[in-house]
Design a protein around this ligand. Structure first.
Ligand SMILES: Cc1cc2nc3c(=O)[nH]c(=O)nc-3n(C[C@H](O)[C@H](O)[C@H](O)COP(=O)(O)O)c2cc1C
Length: 329
């Protein structure tokens, strides 16, 4: 086992370096608990917990804790476009997470400095999503404990770099690197560890599990899809999001029109365009979660290696087995 994997296992208290990434939709308490209970690390997506599944945030955390006493994490998206109200809400979620003894934060976007400072006071580890080297260096200077490298094969909002490029550029930073994107099976997992990653973060694989509360048609679409069925749309968040090519996605084209495109490029209006798109996205994915016939499905290129709907615990145990085998070699 390489040193960075050891560091990650120590930082998180898990037995296999597998994270179930935060997902809107997808991160329901039962899934998070099942991943953690089996030895991986489930991550809470606060907006999913509260807005999508209608839970009080603290109650949601307690539901997970009632199902497992193993560690899990919470994700904080530091979205400037959300305004002061969102920032205050995020701070409240963070304080509740501290009170509920969460020991791992995964931050995305923005500057996590205040979160890192508060986390350190409580012995909480912070990993941050990074799209490139420039952001990775800023995050190292902000004092984060690890970097989640968002590559171009991932589901949801995707990166533009390859898993290999991240390793080339970041392996000397001395921080654990997590491969986020395109991991569908244990072969992909072993490949990521061979490259030098400390571990992997998966979303799409965990959508196709029994515990995940999305529609059956969404799960089956992941099993049926091939890599070539995954396309990028910028209609969800302004930047690229990976989705399965369906009539719903293609309706009116999968790229935003020229007017929104223009305002998305302007420094002063960009934030408002993204807010508008994301607000629509929140509503759209609420439908995706509950309406079997609504086919607006985010998924990454790992779909090619996902061939069945399993229990999340079985998925983690399969990865655990592969991890143990490689450690005996
Ligand atoms: C349906 C879906 C929703 C997602 N929502 C979020 C989110 O709300 N916040 C976030 O940080 N990442 C989100 N992600 C990204 C995942 O946390 C993870 O990094 C990604 O799924 C890894 O790539 P993979 O899908 O190829 O495994 C989402 C991914 C998917 C598939």
């Amino acid at each position: 086992m390489n040193n960075s994997t050891q560091q990650f296992l120590q930082d998180t208290g898990v037995t296999v370096p597998v994270i179930c990434g935060p997902m809107y939709p997808g991160s329901n308490p039962e899934l998070i608990a099942a991943v953690s209970e089996a030895g991986g690390l489930g991550i809470v997506q606060p907006v999913t917990l509260t807005y999508l599944y209608g839970l009080d945030f603290r109650e949601g955390l307690r539901q997970i804790k009632a199902l497992t006493d193993k560690p899990f994490g919470v994700n904080f998206t530091i979205f400037g476009g959300g305004g002061k109200k969102y920032y205050e809400q995020m701070k409240t979620w963070m304080e509740i997470s501290i009170e509920e003894d969460v020991k791992f934060f995964l931050t995305s976007l923005g500057k996590p400095n205040a979160i890192v400072k508060r986390a350190k006071e409580h012995g909480i580890k912070v990993y941050h999503d990074v799209p490139n080297k420039k952001v990775a260096l800023q995050m190292r200077d902000a004092g984060v404990d690890g970097l989640n490298c968002i590559n171009w094969r991932g589901g949801g909002q995707t990166g533009i770099q390859s898993a290999e490029q991240f390793i080339d550029e970041l392996q000397d930073l001395g921080l654990p690197l997590i491969c986020a994107g395109g991991i569908g099976n244990t072969t992909d997992f072993n490949h990521a560890l061979d490259l030098g990653y400390a571990g992997v973060q998966m979303g799409t694989r965990f959508l196709a599990t029994k515990e995940c509360q999305i529609t059956d048609s969404y799960k089956q679409a992941i099993v049926d899809a091939t890599e070539e069925d995954i396309i990028w749309t910028n209609k969800i968040a302004g930047n690229n999001s990976s989705v399965i090519k369906t009539p719903e996605v293609m309706k009116g084209g999968h790229r935003i029109g020229p007017i929104l495109s223009y305002f998305l490029k302007q420094r002063r209006t960009k934030k408002y365009v993204r807010m508008y798109l994301m607000y629509n996205g929140l509503k759209r994915f609420k439908r995706t979660t509950f309406e079997d016939a609504y086919k607006y499905w985010q998924a990454g290129k790992g779909v090619g290696n996902i061939n069945s709907i399993e229990s999340a615990g079985d998925v983690v145990r399969e990865f655990q087995k592969a991890f143990e085998i490689r450690n005996t070699m």
